[in-house]
Design a protein around this ligand. Sequence first.
Ligand code: ZN
Length: 156
Amino acid sequence: MLALYKIVELGDKILKEKARPVPKITPNILKLLNNMSETMYKNGGAGLAAPQVGVSKRVIVVDAGEGLVELINPEILSYSGREIDTEGCLSIPGIVGDVPRAYYVKVKGLDRSGQECVFGAEGLFARVLQHEIDHLDGVLYIDRATNIRKLKQKEV
Ligand code: ZN
């Protein structure tokens, strides 16, 4: 059974906390993953981190147009290049800002079967990974952004 989570918004202290590593992949973690991706897709997001649904665990889901990626205890192993682009966040509705990020990242994490995966990502995919992994450290894109502005409908 899939369920939608309520998205935690700016002002809730969980968004500023460092999330805890997941020691073991339990049925509850699988349920969390399932419901997080459902919530991400229903809200039209490209990524979602567990703290955004009120769960302080190191779990993210990302779909930047290359299919669903679920990661448990993700870490960025290396960064290269730099690009500034516009970002928004489901937890901070109605605004966007310009954020410098690495163009390329190499990421490590566990998949839902507990298998370690290491992969490279670039462009939007790399950006969303950096944004979501930041959430696990209590960092929001507005902490890094310039030119924060009201979202115009055409930027959605
Ligand atoms: Zn976000």
